[in-house]
Structures are given as structure tokens and as C-alpha cells.
Design a protein around this ligand. Structure first.
Ligand code: GCB
Length: 621
């Protein structure tokens, strides 16, 4: 028995030890894939629902090519013309057409609330390039995907917000390739996020699908950054048979930098050098970006990268060695408009982030509650917004299941590997409001350790849990979460005056008792308001713009009294779809805590926060 206990204890230490093997993406990384030349497979796809999932197995069995298997490379109309008795109960070539990427929610009225399996098919021609390798990369498929090309199964991916790729060299033909994707939005309590969240599940192929043709050996993973000590560093991993001992050249033309390193036996090369004097560091005021180029063999890679440091000094966050107060706002990945479809293209991202930056005087965004698309991260880099990026470890997930931990670690790695060249990102969050238990603590500490391994120059955070206690006359709020020890930045969501029975006039007297050695953020606070619902008078009711504005005034007054407060990201920029919010005439399927409505009209509280941020910005100058 003692031995068993000992072994269990050992297993537990291994589980949270940083030395424990990193979980990595299953396929290639394809860093900065969005800047590589590619064949864009966006556009017209056919789709077909499959609520009973029999398109996967096919229940007729029997003759090859007959039945239900929607991934088969079969010209159904052709076979039926030649064999009138052949039985098919699908024809992907003749199915309805939709323009991707986009969630299926807007494909037709019937799809608005569909959850389950949908088949998608894209036919395309390809240029075959002997000697080169081709990868099929998906920006995101929500929630799970299984993929076939010309009848060959390429594999699966789980997790609705991170990219994945398959090598398809040798599987393509010049004409009429048939790419089939089974996209399944159904989640169980073993999935991440769990089935119930406070946002819309936008099922489907929600980000770009592209074919990348690269040379036999190519730059797969390239991490270029300014390290915390101010030096410039790059870590490169080549993929391909000729990778060993291959020279890798790094250039930053605008800075006159050219360096060469030779890859080791497994294709890894690294660079580290002092930052040149004339380098302009990235900041919200001056979001300077540089083109960074790598070449290895025949491969040419580039990314557009900013250089800055993010460090801590006690309870202060330092950007480029200077304290910064994070004037933030949270947002979901949902475009402005009455019928969003999680189709956040560059213009949509710029509109949303422009509202934050220009409208609110923000310098920070919390991209909740999952990794947003590359368009959003690129826009944050360009516009100068510091980013909190997170994985959908939300509320209660199956913390005691090792397989859930494994897939969550993979999601975390996929997020970090995709985005670690984005200067905008200052911190990775490992979760939101997860209820404390032994299993959860170990799970979350493992994630925090993974972040430190994959990206030691950034900060780790999570939205933690608070507790409240009466100490004499004082009503005290504390952080009642053991995860506080494992993160660099303490953050909590607070809704006093919205949820619970506190009156707005009382929240100013709450005392926050916080550890002084770490910065503290309000990762959320907010109140619902329906745009246009006004109630002047001494005590406006909930869901009025007036109540929301008063709530912001009271919460900001409380914030003014917290010395270690290093920033905030109130909840939320824009009203967002949430199926659990159904108060008729007020919510109608929307979480109304936006500072603007779903179509962008500003509520009163927008100006309250904008003014407060304006004075914060003035103080900092
Ligand atoms: C929270 C959650 C967020 C919800 C929000 C709300 O604490 O983190 O996802 O949408 O509260 O509106 O209740």
C-alpha cells in the first residue's frame, strides 16, 4: 500500500514537473503561415448536415462507393448515371453551397441552432510541384474535425480555436481534388470548453483553409522575439530530410541585421544578439514592426515582428522597463452586426480593436475566452494593443481526466506556437473562473509550467476566484485561490453590484486585501444594459444604460482605492450572442454587458470608461 502511495505521489510530481515532456501539436507548426504564399481554399464549399452521424460509417455497407460514406472520392451523379440501381443517400457535389470561412449558423435559417455534425466539401484544382511538399492547414474548425483528401483520411483535430495541418504531398491531383471535412460542434463534459459556456458555439470551419507548398526542407517553427533581458533572440526548427547542418540566415533589413547559424542534427538553429541602438521598441504609443526574414536551403520565410520587453517589478507591470497601467477591455471573437458568424476578417478585427483603441483610449485587450484568429492578433500588433490571450479552460472541466489534461496542453501549445511572435501578447492565461479542487490545482499548475517552458519571456495569468469575509467593521475581499502562487499576474472577475445583493453605493467600501508582491488586474467587471433603455431618476433599474453607467462609476471608484491594481479589462466591448441569456425584449439571446450594442451603438457607460482611461493616460505622461 505504501509503495502504491509512493508511486502515486511520484506520478503526481511528474505531472506538475516542468521536466515532464511537453505536449506539442500533432502536425507541423507552420509558423507565420498566414504570411506564406498559399492557395486559399476559402470560398464556395458544399455542406450537408448529419445529425445521426451515419455519413461516417455508412449503414448500407456492401458495394464500394454505395451508401452513406460522405468522404468517399465518388462521383455520385456519374455512378448513378452509369448504374441506375446504385443507391446513394447523399451527394456532396450537389449539396447546398456556403461561403467559408464562416460558422454554419448563418448558412440558412434552419442552421441557426444546429449543434452536431456537418459535412463540408471543397473541389479544387492544384499545381503539382515535384520535389516540393504540400501541407493543408486549417486556421480553426469548431469543435472537432476529421479530414479526407481524395478519399484518404488525413486525420483529426480537437479544439475549436487553434490551427492544425496535414501533409498532403503525393495525395493531390491536378484536377478536381475532393477535400471533405466532418466538422462536429457537439461537446461533452470531457471537452474544452465544456458544453455550457456563456457564449455562442459557432460550429463549423470558422477560419482560413489553405494549401501551402514549400521546399523539401523548410522553416517550420520560428520564434523571433526580444527576450526579457533586451537581447534579440530567434529559435528556428527546420523540417525535412536535409535539415542537419543546413545554414540558416536571419535578416532584419530595416536594421541592417544579417546573421547566420548552422542547424544541428535535428534541424534546430538559434540566434541571440544585442539589440541595435536604432531599433524602435514596440509600444501602444508607437507600435513599430519589422520584417524579419529567414532563409534555409530553398525556403524563404518571413514574419512582421515587434520588439519589446514585458517584465515585473513587485506589483508593477513594466513595458520596455517602464510601468504601464493596462487600460483594457475584454472581447469575444464575434464581428459587429446583427447576424455574426464568427467571421472575423482583418477589417472586422480592425473595427473592433479600433473601438477599443480610439474610442475607449485603451492600450490593452483581453481576448476572451479562447485563442482568437490570427487577424485579431495581427491587428493588435499593428494598432498597438497589449493582449491577454487564453485557452478555453472555462468554469468546470474534467480536471481529473488525464486525457483532458493532455488535450488541453496540446491546445495551449498550439496557441503559443502560433502566436509567440506577436509583440502585442504580454500574457497567456491558463483559464477562467475554475472551481478549486486538488485535481484542478494540479491541472492548472501543469498548464502554468507549460507556459513557462514554451515561452519563458511572457507572463502567466488566470482569472482566479475571490472570497469575502467580515473583519470587524470591514467587508474584505481576498483571493481565495491556491493557483495565485503559480501565476505572475493575479486577476479576478468581479461583479459586485450586478450579481449578488450589493448596492452600488456600498461597493466603494469593500476592502481588497491582496498580496503586494504581484500585479493585480480586474480581468472582468460589468453590468448588462440594453442600448436605448433609459431611466433617469435616482435609482435606475438593471438593464438600463443608466444603471450600467452608474455601475461603471462605482466600480472605477473602488478600483481607484487598490494600490496594486495594474490594469483592467471590463466585460465587455460589445454585446455578444449567448444562448443562455433569454430575457425577452432585453436579452433575446445576447449577453448585454457590451459597452456598445451588437451593431456598435455606444451605451452611456462607454464614455464613463473612456473618460476614466483618458485621465489614466494623462497621469502616465
Ligand atoms: C464571467 C465570465 C464570462 C461571462 C460573464 C457574465 O465571469 O467569465 O464569460 O460572460 O461573467 O456576463 O456573467
Amino acid at each position: 500500500m505504501r509503495l502504491v502511495r509512493l508511486l502515486l505521489a511520484l506520478a503526481a510530481t511528474l505531472l506538475v514537473s516542468p521536466a515532464f515532456a511537453q505536449v506539442m501539436p500533432n502536425g507541423p507548426v507552420l509558423s507565420a503561415a498566414d504570411l506564406r504564399a498559399s492557395q486559399d481554399l476559402s470560398g464556395q464549399w458544399t455542406w450537408s448536415i448529419d445529425p445521426y452521424r451515419d455519413g461516417q460509417a455508412g449503414f448500407h455497407g456492401g458495394d464500394v462507393g454505395e451508401g452513406h460514406r460522405r468522404f468517399d472520392d465518388t462521383d455520385v451523379a456519374g455512378v448513378r448515371a452509369a448504374k441506375p440501381l446504385a443507391l446513394y443517400e447523399y451527394d456532396m457535389d450537389a449539396a447546398s453551397v456556403a461561403t467559408l470561412p464562416s460558422s454554419w449558423l448563418t448558412h440558412s435559417a434552419q442552421m441557426r441552432h444546429y449543434q452536431g455534425l456537418v459535412w463540408y466539401q471543397r473541389r479544387f484544382d492544384a499545381i503539382l510541384d515535384p520535389g516540393k511538399r504540400t501541407f493543408l492547414r486549417f486556421g480553426a474548425v469548431n469543435y472537432a474535425a476529421e479530414v479526407w483528401l481524395n478519399g484518404t483520411r488525413l486525420g483529426t483535430h480537437e479544439g475549436g480555436f487553434t490551427p492544425f495541418a496535414f501533409e498532403v504531398t503525393g495525395l493531390l491531383r491536378e484536377k478536381g481534388n475532393r477535400l471533405v471535412v466532418a466538422a462536429d460542434s457537439q461537446r461533452s463534459d470531457r471537452d474544452v470548453p465544456p458544453p455550457v459556456t456563456d457564449w455562442e458555439t459557432y460550429g463549423g470551419i470558422t477560419r482560413d483553409v489553405r494549401l501551402h507548398t514549400v521546399s523539401g526542407t523548410f522553416v517550420d517553427d520560428a520564434w523571433v522575439r526580444m527576450a526579457a533581458d533586451g537581447t534579440i533572440a530567434a529559435s528556428v526548427r527546420l523540417n525535412g530530410e536535409d535539415r542537419a547542418n543546413l545554414p540558416v540566415r536571419l535578416a532584419i533589413p530595416e536594421l541592417g541585421i544579417i546573421r547566420t547559424a548552422v542547424a544541428g542534427a535535428t534541424g534546430e538553429a538559434s540566434f541571440r544578439f544585442a539589440s541595435p541602438k536604432r531599433l524602435v521598441r514596440w509600444s501602444p504609443e508607437r507600435p513599430r514592426l519589422y520584417r524579419v526574414e529567414l532563409s534555409a536551403g530553398d525556403d524563404r520565410w518571413h514574419d512582421i515582428v515587434g520588439f519589446r520587453t514585458v517584465t515585473l517589478r513587485g506589483s508593477e507591470i513594466l513595458l520596455n522597463d517602464r510601468p504601464i497601467f493596462l487600460r483594457g477591455i475584454s472581447l469575444h471573437e464575434e464581428e459587429l452586426g446583427a447576424e455574426p458568424s464568427r467571421m472575423v476578417l482583418h477589417a472586422d478585427a480592425e473595427k473592433l480593436l479600433g473601438l477599443a483603441k480610439e474610442g475607449l483610449n485603451a492600450n490593452f485587450v483581453r481576448l476572451a475566452h479562447y485563442p482568437h484568429g490570427e487577424a485579431m492578433l495581427r491587428a493588435a500588433d499593428r494598432l498597438g494593443l497589449i493582449v491577454w490571450s487564453e485557452i478555453p479552460v472555462y468554469w468546470r472541466i474534467a480536471f481529473d481526466d488525464p486525457q483532458v489534461l493532455e488535450k488541453t496542453r496540446r491546445m495551449l501549445a498550439e496557441m503559443i506556437l502560433r502566436d509567440r511572435n506577436r509583440a502585442a501578447i504580454a500574457m497567456w492565461s491558463v483559464g477562467n473562473e475554475t472551481p478549486v479542487s486538488e485535481a484542478r490545482n494540479g491541472f492548472m499548475v501543469q498548464l502554468a509550467n507549460d507556459v513557462r517552458q514554451l515561452d519563458p519571456d511572457r507572463l502567466v495569468t488566470a482569472a482566479l476566484l475571490t472570497g469575502r469575509e467580515q473583519r470587524g467593521e470591514k467587508r474584505v475581499v481576498t483571493i481565495s485561490d491556491p493557483l495565485a502562487d503559480a501565476v505572475d499576474i493575479l486577476a479576478v472577475n468581479t461583479y459586485f453590484g450586478w450579481y449578488g445583493s450589493d448596492r452600488l453605493e456600498d461597493i466603494g467600501s469593500l476592502v481588497w486585501d491582496l498580496p503586494e508582491n504581484k500585479p493585480f488586474l480586474f480581468s472582468e467587471f460589468g453590468a448588462g444594459a440594453k442600448f436605448g433603455l433609459r431611466e433617469n431618476g435616482p435609482s435606475p433599474g438593471k438593464f438600463t444604460e443608466d444603471y450600467q453607467a452608474n455601475y461603471y462609476r462605482a466600480t472605477l471608484a473602488m478600483a481607484d482605492e487598490i494600490p496594486s491594481l495594474a490594469g483592467m479589462s471590463p466585460w465587455i466591448l460589445k454585446d455578444f450572442r449567448s444562448p443562455r441569456r433569454q430575457l425577452p425584449g432585453v436579452q433575446d439571446g445576447w449577453n448585454r454587458k457590451g459597452l456598445v450594442s451588437e451593431t456598435g451603438e455606444r451605451k452611456l457607460a462607454f464614455d464613463v470608461l473612456a473618460q476614466w482611461y483618458r485621465s489614466k493616460a494623462a497621469e502616465a505622461r
